[in-house]
Design a protein around this ligand. Structure first.
Ligand code: FE2
Length: 192
């Protein structure tokens, strides 16, 4: 059984006892050993969103629902991150800075996350995220700090050049994903 309040309390206790991502990843991995229970506890994903479950200077916990095919451009976090999927799939592409071209990144690897997977990223990781399936993906994202206050970077999808994270653009990304998702649902309903 998964209870959101208990999960948040467990994450807070783990993060207080161990400032690295190790203990929090274990809490998330334990919860995701039963992804269906997490799904029941958080509720079936209904629309693309990034919903705050907990937020402090030391810890941020989000319930992130990705739209089918949704993609987030390369970005950093500047704090450790622990990500686990409770419904659907999430593909991560990792990027690294190019020493000879300081503001540009190149692809460095990838990690596919299935239901039940929980991974930890160090604070210097740069990644982009794709939901590769045709339905909503639900994931818990936990960050070792105040995710909303940190100065962060993202890298342009077209040029792969660095610029400061545009939080308004990020908010619009979910808004637009929502509008597209609702339109696709209406379209599908019309076909039935
Ligand atoms: Fe991220």
């Amino acid at each position: 059984m998964f209870e959101t309040a208990q999960f948040i309390a467990d994450c807070r206790a783990a993060s207080a006892a161990d400032p690295t991502h190790k203990a929090v990843r274990e809490v998330l991995a334990r919860a995701l050993s039963e992804p269906a229970a997490v799904l029941r506890g958080l509720g079936e994903p209904e629309r693309p969103e990034s919903r705050k479950l907990f937020h402090s200077d030391a810890l941020t916990i989000l319930n992130v629902v990705w739209a089918p095919g949704m993609m987030v451009m390369p970005h950093d976090h500047r704090m450790w991150a622990v990500i686990g999927v409770y419904s659907g799939r999430e593909d991560n592409i990792f990027w690294r800075r190019i020493p000879s071209t300081p503001n540009k990144v190149e692809a460095a690897g990838a990690k596919a996350l299935c239901e039940g997977d929980a991974v930890a990223f160090d604070s210097d990781i740069i990644h982009s995220v794709i939901n590769p399936i045709d339905r909503l993906t639900g994931a818990i994202h936990i960050y070792g700090g105040d995710f909303f206050a940190a100065e962060r970077s993202e890298w342009d999808s077209l040029t792969l050049h660095e610029h400061p994270l545009d939080r308004e653009q990020r908010r619009r990304l979910f808004e637009e994903a929502n509008a597209r998702y609702e339109a696709s649902q209406r379209h599908l309903a019309g076909l039935r």
